[in-house]
Design a protein around this ligand. Structure first.
Ligand code: NAD
Ligand code: GLY
Length: 552
């Protein structure tokens, strides 16, 4: 149900603020934090703000000043917070009791009522002794009374009512974002772009994710201080997007040079790298001239390495145009080229200045490449984000249909996961290795079949099923977990078994020939769905059983 005050709707949206109202236990803080993260807004909890200002717990204020004393403090805080822009505010349950608060909230942001039934509220609050209003002889009855008193006030103030029920927070947030983006209630267009931060101290940078970002000069201009830039792309992407990007830049007085390489993994090599260096040197590009990678992971990795090494390092901008590049390779600073003796063997960690993921570019991607990217998306769910895995199970068809919102959500969520991992382990001394789930098996498949026969994402999909099977043999996953994983990859149109190779061949390609089969190699496995683990304790016999049963 929606009720919109059309007179003030435009102004209140312009602030970019979202105010969450509802009963205690409705989930305003949990939902608010995640919502803020996903929309690139700042989260504030009004109760916490009051505690910060007074230096004491809410319960203490109730004890000393009574409920009215607390309400006055709450109103003062609300009047301050509504002056901010681009916040998600979780309000206290009683905020709607004062008309001036209702008025302030209505006028200064989109108000969302998170509505739960009294039974659910009771389940969530019954063991929480920090709720002053529930410290009575019959707290269940008190909750019922408060609900009856406040429900219509929440509804009155709300632009949108979201029923929380028993669904996962992720699903609730997906629904909420959908509602906020519906034509009736959509936030201003700039808010459709989502921005994440990769926190790496002085090497921190932003990832912008949204529609038609290639045409938005303001995202790029601040990274091109000297009005010159070089774009590196390939023969497939250039006819699609080079002119558009060049026009965006040239229209703002930037001098653009383009280097167009042949398309393919086989060109991610030293010859292409030299082509880039030749062009940069003949054009006298300077230390301040940024390199922009416009393309998939091949162009991103190679251009990043060129940027890391040309003149000992020039600024680097990633404009990824495949799903795989938007959710994985453009973020985290792994750059490099292949060597005849091994993939990605020559490279450097070199972080970009900014990543601009234009979701609209995925419309021209082949179905096969889209599916390969989905394999890396599923990876995040499996190693560290069970709610996201659940979301993927429900929304895989939308991704395959290229539903713009679903794609954007999946990219944002993947990049959040990657940014968090990279933020704590930039150089892969620990947790970052989890991002290689399925890769030990997958690389063996790619290698055995010849690069390009199986796409990287396809090989990772089959490799992930092998990792899941091995995890089950170790007692870490159930049969149902493995079946669920297979079902998701299958629904995404990805392979769930590797090619039929001799087991010894697999072992050899995984660096595990007969002599070292009992030696130590690092596996990324699953100790439950949503929980990756790095281990070198894998009995050779179980590994062989997995290889035999997972190749068809
Ligand atoms: P890719 O770069 O080869 O792109 C796949 C194909 O799609 C290519 O033919 C490309 O020209 C085409 N293409 C790109 N954008 C398009 C668009 N918008 N419309 C139509 N066609 C488009 O492959 P990829 O899957 O993007 O990346 C794979 C590479 O990424 C591998 O070299 C892999 O090693 C690397 N990688 C790197 C990291 C990292 O952390 N640096 C992570 C994963 C993968
Ligand atoms: N794609 C794996 C990593 O970035 O570490």
């Amino acid at each position: 149900m929606t009720n919109i005050n059309t007179n003030t709707q435009q102004d209140k949206r312009a602030s970019g603020n979202i105010f969450l109202v509802g009963m205690m236990g409705a989930g305003k803080t949990t939902v608010g934090k995640m919502l803020a993260r996903q929309l690139g807004k700042t989260f504030i909890d009004s109760d916490e703000e009051i505690q910060k200002r007074t230096g004491v717990k809410i319960a203490h204020i109730f004890d000393v000043e009574g409920e009215e004393g607390f309400r006055q403090r709450e109103s003062a805080v609300i009047q301050d917070l509504i002056k901010l822009d681009n916040i998600v505010l979780a309000t206290g349950g009683g905020v709607v009791l004062k008309p001036e608060n209702r008025d302030a909230l209505k006028r200064n942001g989109i108000v969302v009522y998170l509505k739960s039934g009294v039974n659910d509220l009771w389940q969530r609050t019954r063991n929480d002794h920090n709720r002053p209003l529930l410290q009575t002889a019959n707290p269940r009855a008190k909750l019922q009374e408060l609900f009856e008193q406040r429900d219509s006030l929440y509804a009155d103030v709300a632009d949108s009512i979201v029923h929380t029920g028993k669904q996962s927070v992720q699903i609730l947030i997906a629904r909420l974002i959908k509602k906020l983006n519906s034509p009736e209630q959509s936030l201003p267009s700039s808010h459709n772009m989502q921005t994440l931060n990769v926190g790496l101290a002085e090497r921190s940078y932003q990832i912008h994710i949204g529609q038609n970002l290639i045409s938005q000069p303001e995202l790029l201009l601040k990274h091109i201080p000297h009005k010159r830039v070089t774009i590196v792309t390939n023969t497939t992407v250039a006819p699609l997007y080079l002119e558009k990007l060049t026009n965006t830049l040239a229209g703002n007085g930037i001098q653009v040079q383009a280097i167009v390489l042949p398309d393919g993994e086989q060109y991610k090599n030293s010859a292409s790298l030299n082509t880039v260096f030749d062009a940069l040197l003949s054009n006298r590009c300077e230390r301040t001239t940024p390199l922009i990678a416009l393309g998939g992971g091949v162009i991103g990795d190679l251009t990043g390495f060129a940027a890391a090494t040309y003149l000992r390092g020039v600024p680097f901008i990633q404009i990824p145009t495949t799903l795989l590049a938007q959710v994985d390779s453009s973020v985290g600073g792994k750059t490099g080229i292949n060597h005849p003796l091994g993939k990605n063997m020559i490279g450097a960690f070199y972080q970009p200045q900014v990543v601009i993921a234009d979701v609209a570019t995925l419309n021209t991607l082949s179905d096969k490449e889209l599916r390969a990217g989905i394999a890396e998306v599923i990876k995040y769910g499996l190693i560290r984000d069970l709610p996201f895995l659940e979301w993927l199970e429900l929304n895989i068809e939308k991704l395959l249909q290229r539903d713009a919102q679903a794609l954007q959500y999946a990219i944002v969520r993947s990049c959040q996961n990657k940014a968090e991992v990279v933020g704590v382990d930039e150089r892969e001394s620990g947790e970052r290795a989890l991002l290689n789930l399925g890769h030990t098996f997958g690389h063996a498949i790619e290698n055995a079949m010849g690069y390009g026969v199986w796409l990287h994402g396809e090989a990772v999909a089959a490799g992930t099923i092998m990792a899941a099977d091995l995890s089950r043999r170790l007692g870490w996953l159930t049969e149902q977990d493995v079946a669920r994983t297979k079902k998701l990859f299958q629904a995404a149109g990805l392979p769930i078994s590797g090619p039929q190779l001799d087991t010894e061949k697999y072992l050899q390609l995984m660096g595990l020939d007969k002599k070292v089969a009992d030696g130590k190699i690092r596996f990324i496995l699953l100790k439950g769905l949503g929980q990756g683990i790095i281990t070198d304790e894998v009995p050779a016999e179980l590994l062989k059983q997995t290889l035999e049963s997972c190749s068809a």
